[in-house]
Design a binder for this molecule. Sequence first.
Ligand SMILES: C[S@@+](CC[C@H](N)C(=O)[O-])C[C@H]1O[C@@H](n2cnc3c(N)ncnc32)[C@H](O)[C@@H]1O
Length: 189
Amino acid sequence: MERAMRAGIKTDKRGYVIERDPMWDLVDDPKVIVEIGSHRGYTAYRALVNTDADVYCVDPWEDYKAPDCPGGYEDMDLTFQQWNETMQPYLDKRVWALRGTSLVISREFDLPIDLLYIDGDHSVNGCLLDLRKWTPKVRPGGVVVGDNYELSNVQKAVARFRRNVNVGWWLYKKWKFPACKQFMFRIPR
Ligand SMILES: C[S@@+](CC[C@H](N)C(=O)[O-])C[C@H]1O[C@@H](n2cnc3c(N)ncnc32)[C@H](O)[C@@H]1O
């Protein structure tokens, strides 16, 4: 947050980034947004302030070592507490924590998704699993965005996924914030 404020990125009174990036304009009036891997909820919070959608955040909030974070994430109970603080005053009104892995939650989640944001397990198999399990839940015309396309694991997962799936269009872009590359594609109508 401090980094964002120093960079002149728009934040709200509590210091959370609310800068509107092009992701929120990919789908007209989204009703259901799902984020795989929510951590402290910074992206989900931007979804809440930039759209009128309901936002579902899938994350086990359990300690684990990630390829993009080799030291492992810090105390995840504390992180979940911070997620809950971030989400005030939207909690359980427009945003829900679905606490569990992407695989487990994918077995239960059955709402048609307008915008799917993948930012969970960044291993090749983890990212591929997210793409395979969750993309079929995105409605025609809906969009899938994935973070950290700068990582070779994510590039490999996307390349493997594309071998067997015919989707509308693909691109990746480096936006002002977050400073990561993101892949995205639209489900054909
Ligand atoms: C890079 S952080 C997410 C950051 C968040 N999207 C944001 O914009 O602030 C990755 C998160 O993915 C979660 N994660 C790891 N494996 C997962 C899995 N199999 N299913 C769902 N979430 C997972 C981790 O617990 C961690 O909180």
